[in-house]
Write a new protein. Structure first.
Length: 229
């Protein structure tokens, strides 16, 4: 029986495509044993996008400057920052059709007491899955590699993690992963690489134009579920 594995950094309240990968995989591994990216468009592990009027707006978790080299060791700055995020989201979506149904979930996620970025984000993702009635197999790379004397990098790491969970198929993202995956290495390891066929659904948002790529919470506020493609 074939086993499909998807691997991704534990992002902060990620977009619909992220949850599509969770639902499509037999096992999903949070890649928290790698460095945190903090610059450019790829810096989404500690931030997400919501709709603010007619524009997209980044919600960011303020990070402590600890010198940590792995996501699992990154820490969120203590204080009332999360209260400010709650206020921003509440003001942005107060008139959304499913605000009353969805707000308790988001408030609970943003009230999680841990300052560990990895723990905080994973709890948020698990909470969304639970609210949807999903029971995915979710693991952390930091747990899987802790006994390894040598931790490989890039494609070698992804292959090793797939092998660790007995997967013979790797579900990659449909975008940038095509540029950095070493397909020959996967093939040599007997692991088939398949790319996510996710196509962003268009659903009813308030406002005049649809904004794709927002946090999955946007869909929950607007339609009460995660819409299919």
């Amino acid at each position: 029986m074939s086993v499909t594995c998807a691997i991704h950094q534990p992002n902060f309240l990620p977009w619909l495509g992220y949850f599509y990968k969770i639902q499509s995989a037999d096992v999903f591994i949070f890649l928290d044993s790698v460095p945190l990216s903090t610059g450019g468009a790829s810096a989404i592990t500690h931030r997400t996008r919501i709709r603010l009027g007619e524009k997209e707006h980044f919600l960011s978790l303020p990070m402590q400057k600890t010198g940590a080299k792995r996501i699992q060791d990154e820490r969120i700055v203590p204080g009332n920052h999360l209260q400010k995020l709650k206020k921003t989201v509440a003001q942005s979506y107060a008139k959304a059709p499913y605000f009353k149904q969805t707000w308790p979930l988001l408030e609970s996620v943003l009230s999680y007491p841990s300052l560990s970025l990895s723990d905080f984000n994973i709890h948020g993702i698990e909470s969304v899955c639970s609210a949807l009635g999903w029971s995915p197999r979710l693991l952390r790379s930091s747990d899987l590699v802790q006994s390894w004397s040598h931790i490989p990098q890039k494609s070698e790491l992804l292959i090793a993690l797939c092998q660790r969970v007995g997967a013979d198929r790797y579900l990659a993202g449909g975008g940038g992963s095509r540029n950095y995956l070493d397909i020959d290495l996967f093939r040599a390891a007997g692991i088939e690489v398949v790319y996510s066929p996710f196509v962003h659904p268009i659903y009813r948002q308030f406002g005049n134009t649809f904004i794709p790529g927002l946090s999955a919470m946007d869909a929950l506020f607007h339609v009460g579920s995660l819409p299919s493609q």
